[in-house]
Design a protein around this ligand. Structure first.
Ligand SMILES: Nc1ncnc2c1ncn2[C@@H]1O[C@H](COP(=O)(O)OP(=O)(O)OP(=O)(O)O)[C@@H](O)[C@H]1O
Ligand SMILES: O=P(O)(O)OC[C@H]1O[C@H](OP(=O)(O)OP(=O)(O)O)[C@H](O)[C@@H]1O
Ligand SMILES: [Mg+2]
Length: 284
């Protein structure tokens, strides 16, 4: 068996499904059951290990596994010697302080108070940086309940929609401690690794295929410069002759979220036969 690339993937929680879906889109074989702990993909010379998201940076930091997908918050909390190589665009959250509604707390007010969290490392280093001497109460989850139950005066927790905080009668205060999302990581001292580079190129390709669409249109050559300014593409658009005097065909990648506006603007400019298609996969 050749040397395998060993990748850590969250086995459950908020990041698990989107991580597995992204790897599937990147052409890797995926596990059959959510109980599988290991999966071998011989075609890609890759082995997947399904681990608790909080443990992933630890395995990768020890150099046992060559790559992993975890949250930026978890990776910084662990203090493990890993590099964030690529943000993956899912699992977005902020890590914030919260206290009872109307308490109007500030970070400085936390001095001498109890703050509950599952992310002790992140919280301690922030408190230290701010010069605040608070007592950190470690809880594994459902941290929002700790204030009501009298275990803490405030929390530092993951906020996504804010629903959980609201339901617990809490409001955020202070600046976000961290803005997080899922990230691809590798050990800090990792040397050259062709299989890792392939994984990275594939994941970048998935991100581009998600965020961009292919736009085709016909335009009179006199308007070409103005049209190209609207659709500059990645490395300049492809311009081909049309079997129609004075007209050209243009093909360019554009951000998906801007596609409708760009189509309107191109139409105003006199472009016609404006088509948008999904990008199935790409390498840039
Ligand atoms: N509601 C959410 N929406 C988006 N991302 C989230 C949400 N909650 C947590 N995350 C992110 O998902 C990652 C993992 O959190 P998750 O809650 O899945 O793990 P966990 O708390 O260790 O597991 P469990 O909840 O099973 O105990 C973190 O990086 C976190 O920022
Ligand atoms: O802002 P919201 O959209 O409400 O999401 C944030 C909540 O989601 C996560 O909890 P999870 O479901 O992972 O439970 P846990 O606290 O047990 O980890 C996180 O820890 C927050 O509690
Ligand atoms: Mg959780």
């Amino acid at each position: 068996m050749p040397d395998m690339l060993r990748i850590a993937v969250p086995n459950k929680g908020q990041l698990s499904e989107p991580a597995v879906e992204m790897l599937r889109e990147a052409g890797y074989r995926q596990r059959k059951s959510s109980r599988d702990l290991v999966m071998v993909d011989p075609d890609n010379e890759t082995e997947f290990f399904f681990l608790r998201p909080k443990d992933i940076a630890v395995y990768v930091g020890e150099g046992i596994l060559q790559a992993g997908i975890t949250g930026r918050d978890m990776l910084l909390d662990s203090g493990a010697p890993v590099d964030e190589v690529l943000p993956l665009g899912f699992g977005g959250s902020t890590f914030r302080f919260a206290a009872p509604n109307g308490a109007n707390m500030t970070v400085a007010d936390l001095d001498g108070k109890r703050v509950a969290t599952s992310f002790d490392g992140l919280l301690r280093s922030y408190l230290e940086k701010e010069g605040v001497d608070a007592r950190v109460i470690h809880l594994d989850g459902a941290v929002e309940s700790s204030v009501q139950l009298g275990v803490a005066d405030a929390v530092a927790d993951v906020v996504s929609t804010g629903t959980t905080l609201r339901q617990a009668g809490l409001e955020t205060f202070g600046e976000p401690i961290l803005v997080s999302e899922a990230v691809l990581i590798r050990p800090v001292d990792a040397g050259p690794d062709a299989k890792f580079d392939t994984l990275l190129r594939r994941l970048r390709g998935v991100l581009v295929a998600r965020d961009y669409v292919m736009m085709d249109y016909d335009v009179h050559a006199e308007r070409l410069e103005a049209a190209v300014a609207l659709t500059p593409g990645m490395e300049g658009p492809t311009v081909s002759p049309l079997h129609r005097e004075g007209w050209v065909a243009v093909r360019s990648m554009v951000p998906r979220r801007d596609a409708q506006r760009i189509m309107d603007d191109l139409w105003q400019l006199g472009a016609r036969a404006i088509l948008v298609t999904d990008i199935y996969a790409c390498r840039l």
